[in-house]
Design a protein around this ligand. Sequence first.
Ligand SMILES: Cc1cc2nc3c(=O)[nH]c(=O)nc-3n(C[C@H](O)[C@H](O)[C@H](O)COP(=O)(O)OP(=O)(O)OC[C@H]3O[C@@H](n4cnc5c(N)ncnc54)[C@H](O)[C@@H]3O)c2cc1C
Length: 388
Amino acid sequence: MTGPGGAAPLPLRIAIVGAGPAGLAAAWGLTKPLPNGALPNVAVTVYERSWRAGGKCGSTRLPPSHRIVQNGTHYMFGVYFNTLEMLEEAHQEIQDGRFGSVQDLVPRNLIALKHFYGGAWTNWKFELPPRGSAFPNPGGTPFESPEQYLTEVFEWLKKHLTDGGVLIVSSALASLLDLLIEQATALALDPTNDPLMKLLAQTLKVARYAARLLLGSKTDLKSVRARILIDFVLTLVLGILVDGVLKGQIAQVDVWDFANWMKHHGAEQETCTSPLVTAWYDSVAAFENGDPTKPRLSAAAVLQTVVPALVAYRGSFAYQMKSEVGEAFVAPVYEALRRVVPSPVLASVVIVLTAGHLIVGAVVGFISLFVSRGAAPAELPAAPGRRP
Ligand SMILES: Cc1cc2nc3c(=O)[nH]c(=O)nc-3n(C[C@H](O)[C@H](O)[C@H](O)COP(=O)(O)OP(=O)(O)OC[C@H]3O[C@@H](n4cnc5c(N)ncnc54)[C@H](O)[C@@H]3O)c2cc1C
């Protein structure tokens, strides 16, 4: 499509409804330079019905204390590769210390679950190891092959049990974990080797049985937790292998509730009711109509979100934001988008905050039709921004 007089091509006009993280990320992605370095010829308008961007990640400071007001604490996870990359790019573009920097993200690697056993609640803690670094963005493919993660998981399990004093290095169970590491490593080199995958599944069952023999009758907290952890990890991997999840067969897992799926693959009842399983229901309030007696969480959702978050993170498992999500994430991205300089041939973004007024929204949206085709509007800074 060309403009008047056949001069500059008209931009592709795109409307995005909602300036929550999804809307902002869409605007970001649509206006990013193309792989050949050229700018996409798009004019993006984001329509937001509230008075601020951020959606459920929005936050406000209210006088007189100016403390942050928001719906609850937010974390970014180390597996949010695209989000972290966008945030880093936004900071690079705005170069404005008032918006902080990615260094303000505080790494968090400790997971503490509440565990009820023997009539008492105690903390069940896991310290996850750092995995490389998230900043500066190292580039490349963020994910390893799924089979490589299996090796890492078995190595972590063995170390966790050994460090915790539950596993004796020379024991039969330790040898079985070594065998699992060996087989997973071989599978990573030859992922289509079905007989090897079946062998690994058999070894998982044998190791799980050996752990039950070793720890099944123990009642001390350390042994009980080791027993549950081994049962959880080995059953989870077994289910992934048996159901063909590594081959992309996730739809058949989606019909299962997570705890029932674990039971189906042979997990003990004790494991299925343990915090290793129930924490994921609690963390996202996965209960039918909010009824805590009716937990419902898709096994596929756990495999596609929780599991990658636990095994595939870059840098740290999670990041806490010093000034919370509205200021530490939404504001820099919003600011960088605002600085996109409108022009007929360059990518442009207009964000329309309507505070719920349809007429205001319609008028501003109508004006933005001309703004993004013509000269820079008054409210957008003429200073160099995201696009030169
Ligand atoms: C208490 C709480 C804690 C959370 N903690 C975390 C966390 O720690 N880590 C994490 O990753 N996620 C967390 N989340 C989830 C995260 O907030 C959401 O996943 C995210 O906000 C979803 O983004 P979104 O853009 O899809 O939707 P939203 O954030 O809901 O944004 C949608 C936007 O669209 C606007 N809108 C809707 N309809 C219209 C319309 N017709 N016209 C114009 N605008 C419209 C809304 O006003 C809103 O601004 C948490 C959520 C809550 C509630």
